[in-house]
Design a protein around this ligand. Structure first.
Ligand code: PHE
Ligand code: ZN
Length: 709
């Protein structure tokens, strides 16, 4: 078995050969499966005839032909994980390879495998090499046709990517199908499913009038549980048209949900495959959170059709190019379909509870890592901490997906919705059908808006969570208000000196009655910049914090304001001790609901940390009455989204408290949080819930013991 190998981003090399078209034939059998591939190959550099190295694993090679001629032993070199064609003809040629594979014995759940009687594939990231010899890397994009032959009674449903061209019966109780995918794709998006499945069928008419037939395939007994998934799919298709102008591009879209699928879900072109538990729901048992999760994941995989499939990654270091962007898109989708604030609160909590500690620990790596250890099999890697990505076992999904999404969110904060859309349009105009890098995305955003993004690219290369401090001062005579920022990115063994990061901050100033003040100009970096235009007053502005220390001085501020800062991203820990008093005010008044929640969280963390000290001394727990009042103002505000009642009253988690302690004490924290809840809250009576929601909600809610009448 090959030793694990460190792969470096800087070592990326363009392939020597590209593939144009790939015709695959599968003869599916219970003993063995025969895979024939016919590939048109052309060299990157005209006239070169360097060896063509193909990846392969667990394959039995039956034959290999170049331009129709069978190769002899000396014409190729076969090793355990590669097949090398030693001197291919110069110019375009066809390569035909026949392999034999044993899906029924494939327990790696990568490549083609059989499970519960059905055939199924998983090719992301490097599973295709277990199906046939190929250049298994995402920058090889080709057009595929796929013919599948199998026993008709055992495998009545035969699916692959693209549109269905032909189907019919064969001798001996067999049948066949022919699929054609007109879009170029990398092999990690190839998929095949064969078996006994039933479908829920529906239709979507795209905005240009194309009829798309939608099918969700499951084992027969699960079909009734796919109604919400179908609703989610149609909503996602409509949303991508409305928000990004992105229309679906084929005549059909298939989803398969099977219980034995290894990963949560994958975005194979027009044939998304899910683990059943991510898709199925029945009203008797599913909670609100279950429905929301299905909407999000169906949207996520569908949105990959443009961000991942039509435009894909040059190499696996660029994973965040597709995942960060697609998570951002699914977050926006869920926000538009439900409550934006509630969705944002959940996402930010998830980052703080899970991503922050990881980003501060020994597994921290940037959104785009500089290197990764490659294992030749999932099995080999499994004695280490294995994250979602199987063979990319040192990539953390949280850093690539969730932190990556925050970085994408930053572009939107900086450019606004319209500017962000302009950047996306240019990204697709430039790169449709290509395999690209995070810099290409960055360049599209920048060029479409003529923007200056300063040190923004640091976010892709530097790990860690910046610690930001903010202090403010008001000069009543000069009528100026000053905000001072300082940031520190904690050093790590492999990167002892860290550069400051780019942190956009959206700022508004509130007057004593809680109303937004008009802003005229700000002095920063030696220059006075006006915020309001001649015709229009401005009530908020974006500050670009890019240095270790810097200050912003606002002029024409007639009374001491309360600053409301919303961070363009949730990737920084904020310390603003001087603003403590303001937090009670923001908790009660901020017009930005997320900020209101955030103020409550910052206060809760501080109050709880000081109560932990009391608790250790055995003193009774007495919650701060101003804090209790702030929370009760949320509970009695009938204009707020219902979900915020729930989120707003979630107390700080044990993990967050442990993070704040010099020496973390899990036992103490767990005991403390329980006692704190008992001391301050009661579990609500269903009567209250019915009044608030008109029905019994599906989640448990803790509310303070306050009168809500
Ligand atoms: N690409 C999948 C998704 O984000 C996740 C995945 C990664 C699945 C690797 C399989 C292998 O939707
Ligand atoms: Zn994804």
């Amino acid at each position: 078995m090959d030793a694990p190998k460190e792969i470096f981003l800087k070592d990326y090399k363009l392939p020597d050969y590209y593939f144009d078209s790939v015709d695959l034939t599968f003869l599916l059998g219970d003993e063995k499966t025969i895979v024939s591939s016919k590939i048109t190959v052309f060299p990157r550099v005209e006239g070169s005839s360097s060896p063509l190295v193909l990846d392969g694993a667990d394959l039995k090679l039956l034959s290999v032909k170049v331009n129709g001629e069978e190769l002899k032993n000396g014409d190729y070199h076969l090793e355990s994980r590669h097949l090398t064609i030693l001197s291919p003809p110069s110019g375009k040629f066809t390569l035909e390879i026949v392999t034999e594979i044993y899906p029924q014995k494939n327990t790696s759940l990568e490549g083609l495998y059989k499970s519960s009687g059905n055939f199924c594939t998983q090719c992301e990231a490097e599973g295709f090499r277990k199906i046939t010899y190929y250049q298994d890397r995402p920058d090889i994009m080709a057009k595929y046709t796929v013919r599948i032959e199998a026993d008709k009674s055992l495998y009545p449903v035969l699916l692959s990517n693209g549109n269905l061209l032909e189907q019919g019966d064969l001798e001996g109780g067999k049948h066949y199908v022919l699929w054609e995918d007109p879009f170029k794709k990398p092999c990690y998006l190839f998929a095949l499913v064969a078996g006994q499945l039933e479908s829920r069928d529906d239709m979507f008419v795209t905005r240009s009038g194309r009829n798309v037939s939608l099918r969700i395939w499951t084992p027969a007994q699960d079909v009734p549980k796919t109604a919400h998934a179908m609703y989610s799919l149609k909503a996602a298709m409509k949303w991508d048209e409305d928000v990004f102008g992105l229309e679906y591009d084929l005549d059909l879209f298939n989803i398969v949900a099977v219980p034995d699928f290894n990963m949560g879900a994958t975005e194979n072109k027009s044939l998304n495959i899910f683990n059943s538990k991510r898709v199925l729901a029945s009203p008797e048992t599913a909670s609100d959170a279950d429905y929301a999760a299905i909407l999000g994941v169906i949207g996520h995989e569908y949105f990959h059709n443009w961000t991942g499939n039509r435009v894909t990654c040059r190499d696996w270091f660029q994973l965040s190019l597709k995942e960060g962007l697609t998570v951002f898109r699914d977050q926006e989708f869920s926000s538009d379909m439900g409550s934006r604030t509630v969705k944002r609160i959940s996402d930010v909590s998830k980052l703080r509870i899970s991503q922050f500690p990881q980003d501060a620990g020994p597994m921290a790596h940037p959104v785009r890592p500089h290197s990764y250890i490659k294992f030749s099999s999932f099995h080999e890697a499994s004695y280490l901490i294995v994250h979602l990505l199987g063979f990319l076992s040192c990539f953390s999904s949280l850093q690539v997906y969730e932190k990556g999404a925050e970085v994408v969110r930053m572009y939107k904060t900086l450019l606004g919705s319209q500017g962000f859309r302009k950047g996306m349009d240019l990204y697709f105009k430039r790169h449709d059908g290509q395999a690209v890098t995070c810099e290409d995305f960055f360049a599209a955003m920048r060029d479409a808006n003529d923007a200056d993004f300063a040190n923004f690219l640091q976010w892709y290369s530097q790990a860690g969570t910046p610690l930001v401090k903010v202090t403010s001062s008001y000069d009543a005579e000069a009528h100026t208000f000053t905000l001072k920022f300082s940031q520190e990115v904690p050093p790590m063994p492999e990167q002892p000196v860290k550069e400051p990061m780019f942190i956009p901050v959206v700022l508004g100033l509130l007057d004593t009655s809680g109303k937004d003040m008009p802003l005229s100009s700000v002095y920063h970096d030696g220059a006075l910049k006006s915020i309001a235009s001649e015709s229009q007053p401005a009530y908020s502005t974006i500050l670009r914090v890019t240095k270790k220390e810097e200050e912003f001085v606002f002029s024409d501020i007639l009374e001491r304001p309360v600053p409301s800062l919303s961070w363009g991203l949730a990737l920084q820990s904020v310390l603003n001790r001087s603003l403590d008093g303001d937090l009670f005010f923001l908790l009660a008044h901020d017009s930005d609901e997320f900020n209101r929640w955030e103020a409550g969280q910052v206060l809760a963390r501080k109050l709880m940390l000081s109560l932990v000290a009391d608790f250790q001394l055995g003193k009774p727990l007495v919650p701060n009455p101003k804090f209790v009042q702030g929370l009760s103002s949320i509970l009695s505000d009938s204009n707020l989204d219902k979900g915020i009642y729930c989120k707003g009253n979630n107390t700080t988690s044990e993990v967050e408290i442990m993070d704040m302690m010099e020496v973390a004490d899990p036992d103490l924290c767990s005991c403390f949080v329980r006692s704190f809840i008992e001391a301050t809250c009661i579990r609500t009576e269903s009567e209250f819930l019915r009044r608030q929601y008109g029905r019994s909600p599906r989640f448990t809610l803790f509310v303070l013991n306050v009168s809500t009448s």
